[in-house]
Design a protein around this ligand. Structure first.
Ligand code: HEC
Ligand code: HEC
Length: 368
């Protein structure tokens, strides 16, 4: 991605991708009624995406740019020429995602919040935050009945992974706790999934969520993080002439392109070995690797181009394993999406406009 491969290598790679890639099964748009995803696994998917994006933002953006060019993260980022804090990145994205009515919501909270709004609000949140203080507890979950509606609720610990977490919180005038240490649980991520009405008949082994619904959760986080990153980091800092996004972000001490943010997060996700995958594709790719890999992806791109609000669903087979796939439209949400692609020498289209569908986000889930 950083350097262009020579032509023959490229041709071989494309051939490899074509041959080795997914053989689509003719079940596009039918969904997957017979099987489903357990709420626990759905939460694992969601948590892994949140963690991957939190890692990319904290390490590749905030820490790297602070170390290399002295660009800091600051809670008053709006008034300054700085980056928003990782916690603010998550809460802004949560606000966008929670508005999309996918049946899933999430938030970052703590028993010792700097921002009072980040304290626990329900009994479950209070209980969950206390339970995860126990070092060998990787999460705490419960099914909760709220006025006849069932929710799967889970809290995952949020750890002080670096000294900067500890330093900033311990020294912050509004922090109620001043003795955090590296490795401590500083708070938790609460994820809440709607399971339906308590009177609904359960099928087989209990509550299962349709693959379609779970793909929508994953997409909603990816799209929200992508929008926050593009609007409040890339577009804003470019307009202020502070910093630019560059394909060679590492060498240039620059911001990652929005596509690279997503791709790197997708790399982190693979470490969780959950079988979850996501990619960014287009009918007019700047990078030929990002073209549709098969007929399913091509049909998906054409479909979201015609009806951007409607994702394209289907099942595919890789070897003898079945996967659920969904293609969502990817739109030009900021003027920098448009200008960079229209001006890029390798771009195959030079007349994108604001809000155009530029490509698609493909989410792949294993069919368990
Ligand atoms: C430069 C200072 C700074 C750094 C570094 C920092 N935080 Fe925070 N953190 C804050 C501020 C300020 C808030 C409140 C943001 C808001 O208004 O919602 C916050 C919010 C939080 C919250 C939500 C509860 C609360 O305190 O409001 C958690 C949990 C949290 N941070 C954990 C972390 C972790 C883990 C790290 C390291 C990966 C980290 N923070 C790094 C300043 C910082
Ligand atoms: C500063 C330049 C720049 C900006 C800003 C930018 N892109 Fe890209 N985009 C690229 C490059 C370069 C690639 C190819 C990355 C790679 O090597 O995989 C790419 C890849 C993509 C792809 C995958 C298909 C392809 O063209 O390879 C899509 C879809 C896409 N961008 C959409 C967007 C959207 C939507 C935005 C705004 C949210 C955006 N881009 C912002 C330069 C940019």
């Amino acid at each position: 991605m950083k350097t262009k491969p020579p032509g023959c290598f490229l041709a071989a790679l494309i051939l490899f991708v074509l041959l080795s890639n997914l053989t689509p099964v003719v079940s596009a748009q039918t969904g997957s009624a017979e099987k489903g995803v357990s709420p626990h696994l759905a939460a694992e998917f969601i948590h892994s995406v949140l963690l991957a994006d939190r890692t990319i933002y904290s390490e590749y953006i905030v820490e790297r740019l602070s170390n290399t060019i002295g660009l800091n993260a600051d809670e008053n980022w709006r008034e300054k020429e700085t980056l928003m804090l990782p916690a603010q990145f998550l809460s802004h994205s949560a606000k966008l995602s929670n508005k999309q009515n996918t049946g899933m919501s999430y938030r970052l909270m703590s028993l010792w919040p700097i921002n009072k709004n980040n304290g626990p609000v329900s009994e479950f949140e209070k209980e969950g935050l206390k339970k995860i203080l126990n070092a060998n507890k990787t999460s705490y979950s419960k099914i909760i009945n709220t006025d006849g509606k069932l929710f799967y609720e889970v809290v995952y610990p949020d750890l002080a992974v670096t000294n900067s977490c500890v330093q900033c919180h311990n020294n912050h005038p509004e922090s109620p706790k001043k003795d955090f240490k590296v490795g401590d649980v500083m708070g938790g991520i609460h994820i809440k999934l709607a399971l339906g009405n308590s009177g609904d008949k359960l099928q087989g082994s209990g509550h299962k969520l349709a693959h379609k619904v779970v793909a929508n959760y994953v997409h909603s986080i990816l799209e929200s993080d992508r929008t926050i990153y593009s609007k409040f980091i890339v577009n804003r800092l470019q307009n202020k002439n502070v910093l630019f996004a560059s394909e060679n972000w590492w060498e240039d001490n620059a911001l990652l392109l929005p596509a690279q943010f997503l791709l790197n997060a997708s790399g982190v996700i693979k470490n969780f070995s959950l079988g979850l995958d996501f990619r960014l594709i287009s009918l007019w790719p700047v990078n030929p690797h990002n073209g549709p890999a098969n007929e399913f992806e091509r049909a998906g791109l054409e479909s979201v181009l015609a009806t951007p609000e409607k994702p394209y669903f289907g099942k595919i087979k890789i070897g003898d394993k079945e996967y659920f796939q969904a293609v969502y439209s990817d739109r030009a949400v900021t003027p920098t999406c448009v200008s960079c692609h229209n001006e890029h020498p390798n771009s195959q289209k030079h007349d994108f406009k604001m809000n155009d569908v530029m490509g698609g986000i493909v989410v792949t889930l294993p069919m368990h």
